[in-house]
Ligand binder design. Sequence first.
Ligand code: HEC
Ligand code: HEC
Ligand code: HEC
Ligand code: HEC
Ligand code: HEC
Length: 174
Amino acid sequence: MNRIVLPLALLLLIGGLSTLAFSQRPWAPRPDVEQPIPFSHRIHAGVNQIPCQYCHNLASRSSEPGIPPVSRCVGCHGNKIAGAPGSGIQPVTRAWTDHSQPPFEIRWNRVYTLPDFVRFTHRPHIFEGIACQTCHGPVQTMDRVVPVVEINMGFCIDCHTQRHASLDCVSCHH
Ligand code: HEC
Ligand code: HEC
Ligand code: HEC
Ligand code: HEC
Ligand code: HEC
């Protein structure tokens, strides 16, 4: 009896531990990120159709698309072109326009991350015409950015295989 139960228990334990280790993936995109200001992609990129790269203008030029600086928001919100008075953005943009206090940046929280041992840059992907939504989902419908596509090694490899892009371990790993 023990001859079967013991190995079985061990197997279950090992199985359990490794799913735990994998499911914990500390770098996985987080669905629960709250921002200091309730910035809505639905209002900006959806309803008002502001192109993604108007704000994330570094996507095609640098390794990271970057989060736009407040000065980009001020262009529309500083002169009250957009946004009701008293909305979340006003206290931030005011400092930029009336110089009553030193301007400050908004500290946005990160949704997407990759582990340090992965090398990823946006540029080649944007250059190949891959839509942001392929990896980030329909961001233009989201009031709060939540990951919908699971970005893991299989996801990268699947597309690289289809598109004949590099499958070399070292192109994605340091
Ligand atoms: C008006 C400016 C603006 C536009 C237009 C815009 N974004 Fe953003 N985006 C932001 C700001 C500000 C943040 C940081 C706050 C947040 O996560 O909501 C952000 C965050 C993101 C994030 C999450 C980054 C992270 O890991 O934390 C993704 C992904 C993203 N944007 C994709 C897009 C896509 C795709 C589009 C076009 C459909 C788009 N954005 C259009 C301003 C903009
Ligand atoms: C091939 C998949 C893919 C495509 C296409 C893609 N992204 Fe990303 N994006 C990622 C991954 C993966 C990360 C996390 C990168 C990291 O942590 O190093 C990320 C991170 C980001 C971030 C946060 C990083 C930062 O610079 O602060 C923003 C913003 C973003 N993407 C916006 C965009 C926009 C806008 C587009 C389209 C112009 C786009 N992405 C296209 C996969 C993609
Ligand atoms: C190209 C112009 C443009 C840019 C750039 C822009 N916005 Fe907006 N924003 C709008 C418009 C248009 C609305 C919708 C206003 C409305 O419906 O009254 C809006 C609405 C908002 C709202 C909701 C306002 C309310 O009345 O509650 C917030 C918050 C906001 N934006 C924050 C930001 C932040 C933060 C940035 C910079 C990352 C930014 N916006 C950049 C045009 C812009
Ligand atoms: C939807 C398709 C698609 C997805 C998803 C995708 N890639 Fe790519 N990737 C490409 C294409 C196409 C190229 C450009 C190949 C070329 O220039 O020959 C590329 C290029 C690259 C390059 C540059 C390779 C080189 O040799 O210069 C790296 C690094 C890379 N991808 C990493 C990643 C990582 C990491 C992920 C997952 C987080 C990912 N990619 C997801 C399609 C994709
Ligand atoms: C196209 C990009 C890409 C290529 C090519 C690639 N990897 Fe990965 N790899 C990733 C990404 C992204 C992750 C992060 C995985 C996650 O978040 O699940 C990863 C994770 C890993 C891990 C950590 C285990 C895990 O799943 O969490 C190992 C080990 C690994 N890769 C080995 C390899 C080896 C060996 C090769 C070559 C045969 C390779 N990778 C090729 C993108 C790639």
